[in-house]
Write a protein that binds this ligand. Structure first.
Ligand code: FES
Length: 128
């Protein structure tokens, strides 16, 4: 069996939602100190707490790029609450699996979304 699924390869070669969202109201950045990879997530959340748009920038390995791409697809159009419940396992499953030693790459995607929502909540509560 190939190490990486077709879906991983597809999202790595043609990542969805790459870039910067100028009017984002929730931005999160996380990194993995071991491998040094960095992921930045931009969310545009409307008054009904629906994620209208999402973009990401990932400086990292192929699995991290595929995971961020898939994660953005999974949360686009969803509520903040639904996005918060997205686990790295669900991201990996949606990619038809990741090799065991690459599971930590999908953790970055989960953490980046949580960090961006945290930023959104802080702005909303006037803490920023
Ligand atoms: Fe660091 Fe994949 S090796 S995120």
């Amino acid at each position: 069996m190939a190490l990486y699924s077709d879906k991983v390869m597809d999202h790595f070669r043609n990542p969805r939602n790459v870039g910067v969202l100028e009017d984002a109201n929730g931005i999160g950045e996380v990194g993995n100190p071991v491998c040094g990879d960095i992921m930045k997530m931009y969310l545009k959340i409307n008054d009904d707490e629906i994620i209208e748009d999402v973009k990401f920038e990932t400086f990292g390995c192929g699995s991290a790029i595929a995971s961020s791409s898939m994660a953005t697809e999974l949360i686009k159009g969803k509520s903040v609450e639904e996005a918060l419940s997205l686990t790295n396992k669900a991201v990996a499953e949606a990619l038809d699996g990741l090799p065991a030693h690459k599971m930590h790459c999908s953790v970055l995607a989960e953490e980046a979304i949580k960090s961006a929502i945290d930023d959104y909540n802080k702005r909303k509560n006037g803490e920023k």
